[in-house]
Design a protein around this ligand. Structure first.
Ligand code: SF4
Length: 359
């Protein structure tokens, strides 16, 4: 079963830190984009069975519910779904009780809410459209209807002393899932000019450790993700386990049959020829093995040895024995009878695990 990603590349305002592929719209998602998406889905030539759908962006919550239903109908005509997780990313200021009910009626069963902070100064710094009270109202509206939802946060934006209060307010809302990412100052974004504001590594680590401490009752199942039992993101696990996914829409990535492909990143070009790839890389088995181990090291459970053997026909030690021995010695990875998994330090210094595995 594959995961399905649908990219909606439109936002009402553009946040200055964001390097996703998106453009500004003063209205809604153009009908031409909806048509192009449905055409690309219809023509998809890969696997037929899917276990998850993720509407990401951009701002999928700009889609009117009937357009969302139309995309889901196109997906249901093309794929067989078994108990799918269907997630929509949402901006708090789009959320109303009526919209949340409409989402539920279309078959959406998970909402990922881009709260980012419960501090108005932080939200202003990030250039977000909403304020803290709109974020709280949105969480309450979503929680009233959805059993599974994620409260998504950003740390490392000034004032940093607001982080602990944001986490306290997050906990008061009792979300079943929390995702928290450090703010980055990406080249090509307006924030690239503010690079001097970036927090030092030690400050970032301290903020991350506050996060770990506050969310200690959750399963910290991935470096940046926390879930109550049964609420881990099924769709994102597809990426972390390096299994197959199909992406539809501008700039969407797919990984099918060992080929990683990306749709064109220009929406006008996409509208003219939906599904046209800007690149398609045929990955060697060696590259797929490496990516599979690196991705699993983002997960607390780590890499199941048996799953590796089933997938690649050899013991993981045969391919990565030297690197794993070195990582064990450095205390970044631990070995159990069934798994290799990152330690707490392995979460903090995760890129070092990747570097050691690349060799
Ligand atoms: S952070 Fe989200 S809402 Fe802001 S510009 Fe990026 S995609 Fe759009």
């Amino acid at each position: 079963m594959i995961g399905i990603y649908i990219h909606i590349p439109y936002c009402r305002t553009l946040c200055p830190y964001c390097d996703f592929v998106k453009e500004r719209t003063s209205t809604s998602v153009p009908k031409a984009y909806l048509k192009a998406l449905c055409a690309e889905i219809e023509r998809f030539g890969g696997p037929d069975e899917a276990g998850s759908v993720f509407f990401g962006g951009g701002t999928p919550s700009l889609l009117p519910p009937k357009d969302l239903a139309e995309i889901l109908d196109a997906l249901r005509r093309r794929f067989r779904f078994t108990n799918p997780e269907i997630t929509i990313e949402a901006n708090p200021d789009d959320v109303t009780p009526a919209l949340v009910h409409d989402w539920r009626n279309t078959g959406i069963n998970r909402v990922s809410l881009g709260v980012q902070s419960f501090d108005d100064a932080v939200l202003r710094y990030l250039g977000r459209r909403h304020d803290a009270s709109a974020a709280r109202r949105a969480c309450e509206a979503v929680a009233a209807v959805f059993n599974t939802w994620s409260l998504d946060l950003i740390y490392g934006a000034p004032p940093n002393n607001a982080w602990e209060r944001t986490l306290d307010q997050c906990l008061e809302l009792d979300p079943p899932h929390v995702a928290a990412y450090g703010l980055t100052y990406e080249p090509g974004t307006p924030f690239a000019r503010r690079m001097d504001n970036a927090v030092e590594d030690d400050v970032s680590l301290a903020l991350y450790q506050v996060l770990e401490r506050k969310l200690a009752a959750y399963d910290h199942y991935e470096i940046s993700n926390f879930a109550k039992t049964g609420h881990a993101s099924k769709h994102n696990l597809v990426y972390w386990r390096n299994t197959e996914y199909a992406g539809f829409g501008t700039a969407a990535y797919s990984f099918i049959d060992g080929i990683r492909a990306r749709n064109v990143i220009d929406t006008t070009a996409y509208l003219n020829a939906p599904g046209t790839k800007m690149e398609a890389l045929i990955l060697s088995e060696e590259e797929i093995r490496l990516e599979t181990v690196i991705q699993h090291m983002r997960l607390r459970e780590g890499l199941p040895k048996a799953a590796y053997r089933d997938r690649f026909g050899a013991d993981v030690n045969e391919h990565f024995g030297d690197a794993l021995t070195a990582l064990l010695a450095r205390g970044l990875v631990e070995e159990s009878q069934t798994h290799f998994h990152p330690t707490a330090r392995g979460f903090y210094l995760n890129n070092e695990i990747g570097l050691a595995l690349v060799g």
